[in-house]
Structure formats: structure tokens, C-alpha cells
Design a protein around this ligand. Structure first.
Ligand code: SF4
Length: 255
């Protein structure tokens, strides 16, 4: 007997139906996982429909060390077996030691952009040009990850922030994208994870004296805590033109 109310039971069944329909319609489907709370709910829902559905993740050198540790921990607990795409020259020791499947991607463009940022502004690239940083570390690696797919599944939700209100459950612009938990609220995601005994990334339980908390998780330099009356993604890229916005994987054609 679950602790869900009737509305959420219907919502959950619908989410599974969205995944089921996608798997019936498309041959090559995988789930993208950032190891944030929404991704963990999305992969759990997708695996309820197909326990073998492939999962991929895009890591960057700027992800918190806790994200690497959490990935390994959750892989052990849930047997996620993710394929990691990472712009880098070497597999991080924690991933290597735990036999995580890592596909390293070339670093030359990123290194050049970092040097240019430093020369132009004296700032790191994520401050000087976060759009370029996200393009090189997230969008381009995602294009590589999805290049052979017919559709991908994401944990995107309408109530996360100003840029996500108009997304649909199935988007067919370019590569087909399936958003099975699109209408879930933040509270529903958290209670679903609790009900299914899925640990949260430790940054969600960080304590800040002023009552703020991490509610949307990205790279360390671009993630700050926010108050409960803000929108979840308001803590992303604060102090830049991208504040509360998008890295680009949901706004650009991936193929
Ligand atoms: S989230 Fe920040 S650090 Fe990460 S890729 Fe984007 S700009 Fe760079």
C-alpha cells in the first residue's frame, strides 16, 4: 500500500503510460540523468516500465564532488549502469575505481575557450561566458550521447522555473523528447523518492543559516541556495544573464 493520494496515483500511472507509449513507438530510447531529484524520479518511473532502459549522464569538471560520489552510490544501490559523457583527458579516479562506463570527449575547444575567457576578462569561463561553457561541457556532449537515439526521456517539469512552463510531455522538434514527470510538483518528486527509498543528492540537505536551500542542482559554481518562495531554478547561474535559465540542452536541436 503506497502513501500516495489518488490524484498522484493517477499522475504516476499516466507518467508510466507516457514512457510505455514512447517505448512502443521508438526503437532506441534512453533516459538522461543529471542525478538531481527530478532525474532520479524520471529514471525510476522509466525503469518501472522497462528495467533495462539505458541511462546516460553528462558530467562536467565543475560538478560537485558529491555528484560523482552520489552517482557511484546510486549505481550500487539501483544498478543504474549509466554511460557517462565527460569532456576530459582522464577518467576521474572515483569513476574508474568503480568501473563506471565513461566516454571521454575532446578537451581542445574547452581549453581554448577557457584561455580566451581568462585573457579577455581575467575570469573563469563559467563567469565570463556561461553560455559557451554550457555549450562546450553540456550541450555538445549531449549531442554525442543522443546521436544514435530515436528519443530521449528527461526529468523536466513545468513548475521548475520561468523557462519550463510551456514544455509538452512529448516534443517532436528534432530528436523526440519525452517528459514523463512534466506535471509533477517539487513536493510530489520529493515524496515519490522518499516512498521509493531513493536517497537524495546530499546537496539538497545542506543547511544554510538563513533558511535557503538547494532546490535545483547543477555545476558547483552555478548552483546557489534559494528561498522557498522562489522558483526552483532561480538558484541556477545567479549573477549572470542566464539566471534561472537553461544550459541549452532543452532549447537547442540536438540532432
Ligand atoms: S553549469 Fe556553469 S560550470 Fe556547468 S557547464 Fe554551465 S556554465 Fe559551465
Amino acid at each position: 500500500m503506497s502513501g500516495y493520494d489518488n490524484d498522484f496515483v493517477s499522475k504516476l500511472e499516466h507518467s508510466k503510460e507516457v514512457v510505455r507509449d514512447a517505448l512502443n513507438e521508438y526503437d532506441k530510447v534512453a533516459v538522461a540523468c543529471s542525478f538531481g531529484k527530478d532525474s532520479m524520479a524520471a529514471i525510476h518511473v522509466a525503469r518501472e516500465v522497462d528495467p533495462e532502459i539505458p541511462i546516460f549522464t553528462i558530467l562536467t569538471p565543475y560538478k560537485p564532488v558529491e555528484t560523482f560520489e552520489y552517482l557511484v552510490d546510486m549505481d550500487k544501490k539501483m544498478n543504474i549502469n549509466p554511460i557517462v559523457y565527460l569532456v576530459g583527458k582522464e577518467v576521474p579516479p572515483i569513476l574508474k575505481d568503480n568501473n563506471i562506463n565513461v566516454k571521454l570527449l575532446p578537451t581542445d575547444k574547452f581549453e581554448t575557450a577557457c584561455k580566451e575567457a581568462e585573457k579577455e576578462s581575467g575570469k573563469p569561463i563559467y563567469e565570463y561566458d556561461p553560455d559557451k561553457c554550457c555549450t562546450l561541457l553540456k550541450v555538445d556532449p549531449t549531442k554525442e550521447a543522443v546521436k544514435d537515439l530515436d528519443a530521449w526521456v528527461c526529468g523536466l517539469r513545468n513548475t521548475e522555473g520561468r523557462t519550463r512552463k510551456d514544455y509538452k510531455e512529448v516534443e517532436k522538434r528534432g530528436l523526440v523528447k519525452i517528459n514523463p514527470i512534466l506535471t509533477w510538483t517539487e513536493e510530489e518528486v520529493l515524496s515519490y523518492l522518499k516512498e521509493n527509498e531513493i536517497d537524495l543528492h546530499p546537496w539538497y540537505s545542506k543547511v544554510f543559516p538563513d533558511g535557503r536551500r538547494i532546490r535545483s542542482l547543477g555545476c558547483a559554481p552555478c548552483t546557489v541556495p534559494i528561498y522557498d518562495n522562489q522558483e526552483e531554478r532561480d538558484g541556477r547561474w545567479q549573477g549572470t544573464s542566464k539566471c534561472g535559465g537553461e544550459c541549452g540542452i532543452h532549447t537547442q536541436r540536438l540532432k
